[in-house]
Design a protein around this ligand. Structure first.
Ligand code: MSP
Length: 532
């Protein structure tokens, strides 16, 4: 039995609204979630990555009406476009949660009953400004001029109706205790502080039903009311935990994978996940998720992205044009996860070309060619243990695995990538300085072997540790180094043993036959340059 074999990790992306085809914001969270899931699988952990769609509510109902479509038909079409995008982005999700899944209705009804039995649901009058885009009531003081939503820039609607309410106010103390006892529950720290302030100011009960809305679940026992979309959507993290043939009960769902280790979300939906959701679970006497991470927002060329500005970024077009590893790499390496970040095509091309084509790809290619010439196309035979302690590549390589692991664990993708890149850059510098081609001419073959081994090993280790981010490229690099290992494949129980060899310096087996040197990454051309 290898260590780590029994470790489990469950994580979720948000369940995306299906009012439109997926946008880059959804792709961003999903790429990050996939990288984390892959990093855990790489270590031999058992992983459950849940993504999915949030399909009910006024926003979706109105979209379908405007398109003249049955809402379910509309949802099915949009879901198909999410599935296609995830496939193109090489996202390895385990479960796709749809809130229109018939099993979800049963889970929601049972959960509602538990909260009802607790005495946390009552009827009251809801008056206020509602933004259908956000599916949320807004405070008057937060609105723009003429009662416009600050996020959607569209008019909010006045509502004055009988609703069912959830006693959120009862959970203020318990939530503050949770945040104090589990300082890592909300990350990053800046977002934790925001939430803390919000809760300290006092919590108001929130309405969990709507009238004049058909597209959703009726409130159990009162079908004049439809459940508020957020109240049921969050439970969409629980329904997919059911095994395919299991009876849809909470007891069956909340087995092996609950509580979820990590909810990855954007900062705009932090309050729902860090305040409403734990309070709802406390009310139902269920264990709480371990961590909620709210990442930043993407802008394009320094401007907020939006349909009204006409500057949205289509993730499908981006992958089609540049390939999935380039897209994954840019968003995870070039932006600080947790903070807002910008996309500009020029920077995208610069970063990807500098890192993947030049630093990593070229280094592999030129070193492989030398190994073909000087070492009969094999990994040079050296004794890694005998490398000088101050060998620059060995020094970096020995600590890379642990450092990268820590970076992934704290969702610092940019740092993980930078550590790998510095190894590749050091490899480039080393080979330039050492000039093995002239050492070979002097007949110092043992030294040539040592230089080429350490450079190839630097490329290997970088590629391996980058594989959660650029799995196809890493696999290609591995193949050229003569490995049969497909880094897109989860090796189950053998994973932990493989990880302990491959994440460490010296994992390159001597005398392994190398593949034929071929460029692994073609430089990207800007779109403008490509057209006549
Ligand atoms: N349906 C809810 C989530 C329910 S979870 C039980 C929802 N869906 S959404 O499709 O509108 O948003 C999904 C995610 O996309 C959110 O995490 C949001 O932060 C993210 N983004 C939307 N626009 C974004 C950017 N411009 N940049 C980065 N992420 C953004 O909310």
């Amino acid at each position: 039995m290898t260590s780590g074999q029994n470790q489990r990790f469950a994580l979720t992306t948000p369940l995306y609204y299906v009012n439109d085809v997926p946008h880059i914001g959804s792709a961003y969270t999903t790429m990050a979630a996939d990288a984390i899931a892959r990093f855990h699988r790489l270590q031999g952990h058992e992983v459950l990555l849940i993504t999915g769609t949030d399909e009910h509510g006024q926003k979706i109902q109105r979209t379908a009406e405007q398109l003249g479509k049955d809402p379910q038909v509309h949802c099915d079409e949009i879901v198909a476009s999410f599935e296609t995008l995830w496939q193109r982005l090489n996202i390895q999700y385990d479960r796709f949660s749809r809130t229109t899944d018939p099993r979800h209705a049963a889970i929601v009804a049972e959960f509602f009953q538990r909260v009802w039995d607790k005495g946390d649901i009552y009827q009251g009058q809801q008056k206020g400004w509602y933004c259908v885009g956000c599916e949320e009531f807004k405070e008057e003081r937060d609105l723009l001029a003429n009662q416009h939503c600050p996020i959607h820039k569209r008019p909010v609607e006045w509502r004055d109706e009988q609703n069912y309410f959830f006693r959120l106010s009862q959970y203020q103390e318990a939530l503050l205790e949770l945040f104090a006892e589990h300082p890592d529950f909300i990350q990053p720290a800046s977002r934790r502080n925001e939430v803390l302030k919000f809760v300290e100011q006092g919590l108001q009960d929130f309405s969990i039903s709507r009238i004049n809305l058909d597209w959703g679940f009726p409130v159990p026992g009162d079908d004049q009311h439809t459940l508020y979309v957020w109240f049921e959507a969050l439970l969409g993290y629980i329904t997919p935990l059911l095994e395919p043939d299991a009876e849809p009960t909470l007891a069956n769902a909340l087995g092996k994978w609950w509580p979820i280790d990590l909810h990855l979300i954007g900062k705009d939906i932090l309050r729902f996940h860090a305040v409403y959701w734990p309070a709802m679970l406390m009310s139902a006497d269920l264990p709480l998720p371990k961590r909620v991470f709210g990442h930043g927002f993407l802008t394009k060329d320094g401007q907020k992205m939006g349909k009204s500005l006409g500057n949205t970024l289509d993730p499908m077009a981006l992958v089609h044009r540049y390939g999935c590893d380039a897209v994954r790499y840019y968003f995870l390496k070039a932006l600080e996860f947790g903070q807002d970040g910008d996309f500009s095509e020029a920077r995208f091309i610069d970063v990807v070309n500098a890192d993947l084509a030049n630093s990593l790809g070229n280094l592999l290619n030129r070193t492989l060619k030398m190994a073909v010439k000087y070492c009969d196309g094999q990994i040079p035979d050296i004794n890694v243990q005998n490398l000088p302690t101050d060998h620059p590549l060995a020094q970096l390589g020995r600590e890379a695995g642990q450092k990268v692991a820590t970076a992934y664990q704290s969702l610092n993708f940019s740092q993980a990538c930078n550590i790998c890149l510095s190894l590749a850059k050091a490899g480039n510098q080393f080979i330039d300085e050492q000039a093995p081609w002239s050492i070979y001419k002097q007949g110092e073959y043992a030294l040539v072997n040592q230089i080429l081994y350490t450079v190839l090993e630097s490329v290997r280790l970088s590629a391996y540790l980058l594989s959660p981010v650029i799995p196809n490229l890493s696999t290609q690099i591995y193949q050229q180094l003569g490995f049969q290992l497909d880094l897109n494949v989860h090796h189950g129980e053998d994973g932990a043993a493989l990880y302990s060899v491959h994440s460490n310096w010296g994992g390159l087996p001597v005398n392994q036959m190398l593949g034929t040197p071929q460029p692994v990454f073609q430089k990207l051309e800007p779109l403008q340059a490509a057209s006549p």
